[in-house]
Design a protein around this ligand. Structure first.
Ligand code: AMP
Ligand code: MG
Length: 345
């Protein structure tokens, strides 16, 4: 299969590319699309034959459910139900964070194929704020199932080139919408009615760009240890999902500089948070390569945007191992630490 890469850098090319993307979706095929988080591999969420092509192209196991992207804010009501006791909170979250990188788990309606949710009774929904994605979703009309456009277990792509690298020959079309402005996958939450206090419980299933701080005025925020919904669904899931987000090169989060014991002759690269000696990593070793996520005083949001693209760049440097410095465990720092721990395991 030839993979076509279409541009959206001016209004004429954008219009043509958007039309092609919509026609591809209508034909029941897959297309890689830009979102503000990472590039997604989209298909008509209501057509199981089209959705199956996502699993095939990504070599994604069927126990791993897909996120569904909506054409407009209220479209979640077409594919999901909202339990009593959380209606108010769901409306608040939708009104506050959509379009944007917040994915909400809700009980699914029958029109959503089981393939999309891996047989789970819930469906994961969000609305992207990427201008090209929004136009495609609106013009297509049906919800679009779109997991990250990488091969299963590999790095999430934050540019059209990164998608091409991983999926060339496996999908017919990639729409180039530039570099992703957030650079990390959406935050996934589940909302439950109040337990003891007056506040509903907002459980963060996957940390991402919408942080604990952003969410806490809408409920009591708790972090799920793991995605138990998916794991309980499939005994094979935990091990596989742990090794998510891995580059080809070995990658290890070095929680404390003291724990580093380099092997002679090996080439090590340092993925530094802010490139400061006082953090204890820069001068630890004669690194073959150093890349810095947020030079200077260090900002987690900036580091988040550059996270996957920087790891991808380091993956091409023929290193034996990439050693990652921890970043602050706050804001989107939590999401990066989560991914680094998974890649290290
Ligand atoms: P992505 O590959 O970024 O599209 O993310 C898909 C992830 O969303 C899955 O690996 C799950 O962790 C999560 N997810 C999607 N749908 C559900 C669901 N119905 N229940 C629980 N988690 C879900
Ligand atoms: Mg993914």
């Amino acid at each position: 299969m030839v993979t076509e890469l279409l541009q959206t850098d001016n209004e004429i090319s954008a219009r043509e590319s958007i039309n092609r993307a919509v026609a591809t979706l209508q034909a029941g095929d897959v297309v890689a699309l830009p979102t503000e988080t990472v590039y997604g591999l989209g298909a008509d969420a209501l057509d199981p034959v089209a959705v199956e092509k996502i699993f095939a192209a990504k070599e994604r196991p069927h126990f791993d459910p897909l996120i569904v992207h909506l054409p407009h804010k209220n479209a979640y009501l077409d594919i999901a139900t909202v339990p009593d006791g959380v209606k108010h909170t769901i409306v608040q979250l939708v009104e506050t964070f959509w379009p944007g990188p917040l994915t909400i788990l809700l009980p699914k309606k029958g029109i959503v194929p089981d393939l999309v949710t891996a047989g789970l009774p819930t469906v994961a929904v969000r609305m992207s704020e990427h201008p090209v994605f929004k136009r495609i979703a609106k013009s297509f009309g049906n919800p679009i199932a779109a997991p990250s456009a990488n091969r299963f277990g590999c790095l999430s792509p934050t540019s059209a080139e990164a998608v091409l690298d991983q999926l060339e020959g496996k999908i017919p079309l990639i729409i180039n919408g530039g570099a992703c402005s957030r650079g990390l996958e959406s935050t996934i939450v589940r909302v439950s009615p109040p337990e003891n206090g007056p506040k509903p419980v907002i459980e963060i299933i996957r940390p991402g760009p919408i942080t604990e701080d952003d969410l806490k005025k809408f409920g009591k925020v708790v972090f799920a240890e793991r995605n138990t919904a998916v794991e309980e669904n499939s005994p094979e899931a935990p091990g596989q999902l742990q090794s998510h987000y891995a580059p080809r090169t070995m990658l290890r989060l070095l929680e404390k500089p003291e724990d580093f014991s380099p092997e002679p002759g090996k080439k090590y690269g340092l993925l530094s948070y802010r490139g400061q000696e006082k953090d204890g990593y820069i001068q630890l070793h004669e690194w073959d390569e150093i890349r810095v996520l947020s030079p200077g005083s260090g900002r987690v949001a900036e580091a988040g945007i550059r996270f996957f693209s920087t790891i991808r760049e380091m993956d091409d440097l023929f290193l034996d191992e990439i050693i990652a410095e921890p970043m602050p465990d706050r804001g989107v720092g939590k999401a990066m630490l989560d991914k680094l721990r998974k890649a290290s395991s």
